[in-house]
Design a protein around this ligand. Structure first.
Ligand SMILES: Cc1cc2nc3c(=O)[nH]c(=O)nc-3n(C[C@H](O)[C@H](O)[C@H](O)COP(=O)(O)O)c2cc1C
Length: 320
């Protein structure tokens, strides 16, 4: 495969594909599989569990991988970043908060600093704070996101922060999406939902089966999941998941008081323990239609790369 972008050059990788640092889903095995397949794998440091983090960083073995954090959680627990950087990740991706307080620590560790942003203004701030790479994330994405859509956000961020390289995220799950992202001026893509279906992902087979049967029509974006899990997300961020009857009912009739919230939390926790997918959602985005089978991460990356290369060589829409 012949990809040559600022991303592939920065990390000396073959494919312009980075795997998303998905909390609870992207452990060391998935991250290592992505790097071994020619991309760059990131471990999902998520909300921050120091023992989990260390075990997963070690599970990647000698394969170079990066790490990602939900940055507003680091405010009260900066030691998590120190701990992760001590194991010398290739990159640290920080999302959903100002990266400035952590830029020096990341860069002086030798890791590349990646900022995942949801607006052009955030991209400018992250660039000024010293990011080596910006991920422009559209609202199509699985997991938490903002309101802008990938297609217009990516070129706007490219224009705003260039020549700093930009990755596209949100709704990219096949070679068509990868080719489109490169056409928009991105140096590559950050892929989450498609890798929820990877055999190396820390996802139950029933949840993967739900995803591979789902359509992007079935996703919903809301705050119910965060209320139930007790995560106090900053304003503006909501989580996109495959919807469940339980969450839809909660949206239609929000709990009126704390006692009602507690009752819902207990039901949610019990369902999570049972793996009841009518209550707890599979976290995935609008690309769900494009994800039709579970497969090793290497196969998922290969298929994306081959299809993108074919499209880019064919120059669709142009006369020969
Ligand atoms: C299951 C899941 C968990 C996620 N967890 C995180 C996270 O912990 N931190 C983060 O920065 N982004 C997280 N994301 C968002 C990804 O970083 C990325 O923006 C998104 O997956 C890209 O869109 P896509 O899902 O359409 O590929 C998550 C996404 C998914 C699907």
């Amino acid at each position: 495969m012949a990809f040559d972008t600022p991303l592939t050059r920065m990390f000396e990788i073959d494919l312009p594909i980075v795997s998303a640092p998905m909390a609870f889903v992207a452990g060391g095995r998935l991250a290592a599989a992505v790097t071994e397949a020619g991309g760059l794998g990131l471990i999902g440091g998520g909300y921050g569990d120091p023992d989990w983090l260390e075990a997963e960083q070690r599970a990647a073995g000698n394969t170079p991988v990066g790490i990602g954090f939900i940055a507003w959680r680091l405010k009260d627990r900066p030691e998590l970043l120190t701990q992760a950087l001590a194991l010398k990740p290739r990159a640290a991706l920080l999302s959903f908060a100002d990266i400035a307080p952590y830029a020096h620590a990341v860069k002086s560790s030798g890791a590349r600093l990646i900022a995942q942003v949801q607006t052009v203004a955030q991209a400018r701030r992250a660039a000024a704070a010293g990011a080596d790479l910006i991920v422009a994330q559209g609202t199509e994405a699985g997991g938490h996101n903002g309101l802008r859509a990938t297609l217009p956000l990516v070129p706007a961020v490219v224009d705003a922060v260039g020549p700093l390289p930009v990755l596209a995220a949100g709704g990219i799950a096949d070679g068509r999406g990868l080719a489109a992202a490169l056409t928009l001026g991105a140096a590559g893509v950050l892929v989450g939902s498609a890798l929820v279906a990877a055999t190396e992902a820390l996802v139950a087979p029933a949840a993967q089966a739900r995803l591979t049967a789902a359509s992007g029509d079935e996703t919903a974006r809301g705050s119910e999941v965060d209320l139930l899990r007790g995560y106090d997300w900053p304003d503006g961020y909501k989580i996109r998941t495959l919807d469940t009857p339980f969450l839809a009912a909660m949206r239609a009739a929000p709990p009126k008081d704390q006692a009602a919230v507690e009752a819902l939390r207990q039901a949610y926790e019990a369902a999570r323990a049972d793996g009841d997918l009518t209550v707890t959602p599979v976290i995935a985005g609008e690309a769900a239609d494009l994800i039709r089978q579970t497969a090793p991460a290497a196969d998922i990356l290969q298929a994306m790369a081959i299809q993108a290369e074919q499209i880019l060589r064919a120059r669709p829409g142009l006369k020969a």
